[in-house]
Design a protein around this ligand. Sequence first.
Ligand code: ZN
Length: 302
Amino acid sequence: MEKLKQHIKNLPKADVHSHLHLAGSQKRFIERYPSANLNFPVKYDGLAGMINFIHNHLNTIMLTDKDVVNFMEIAIESAIDDNVTLLEASVDIGLARFFNNSIDPIIEAVKNLKEKYKSQINFKPDIGVNKDLDLEKVYSDGVRCLESGVFNGIDLYGQEANQDLKPFVKFYDIARDLGVKTKVHIGEFSNHLSIEDAIKTLNPQEIQHGIRAIDSKNTMDLIVKNNIRLNLCPTSNLLLGAVDHLENHPLLKLIDHGIKITVNTDDLILFNTNISEEFIKLLDANLFSLKDLEVIRTNAFD
Ligand SMILES: [Zn+2]
């Protein structure tokens, strides 16, 4: 097993579903903030429980613009620790609140991080938009990020059920016009119909999670027809209660339906896992052979 673990660790890997300022490993975090004294939960009470932990604990440590950059650096270093050679991680544009409500210093910081780590990792930042953000900011700060040329993708997240996605259509159109990759979070805690709605409304290239697609053949067919890749995060699903046991994770059923999937970390700092550990867990649960994992690993580089 040790030999297998080392083999997986040594393989070049990609993480394409990650939220940058929450993507540092707990180990790196404690090294950088030794007096932080955080007790990380082993399980969260759904999305609300996770947001609670971020607000009441993490946000008491991430207080300044420098902390935000620190958190991002920790994330990139944690990816390098695991031999992740491609990191697509979203930078939440709401973080402008730490930079005198200006987006430009964030764009500059992200540009500097790309440069700083370029010999070690291909860091491709996504523009992260929470649906709670003022629409005005989406179209001012978000478009400024798009036009900066620093970002490679966009991603939309936050509450999933009963959300009107139409206000974001133009943002997705602008991204497409600029040749920027389009992703959207949907179908982790919302039903298969919400996935169909997101596909029809935003026409994304990739879906973050999308696991509830297994409840409908029609939804899975739509995903295949549109050639949409699902960027899954098994441990995140488990710790947030979207899936009860790893053995019951929908990923096999999705693959069997012909859907292209990848395996990712979501928020390292919260879920205390990395890509190698995700692969090991899937092997341990007898969900995959090493050969299957090779397909999943290489999918993420497409
Ligand atoms: Zn996510």
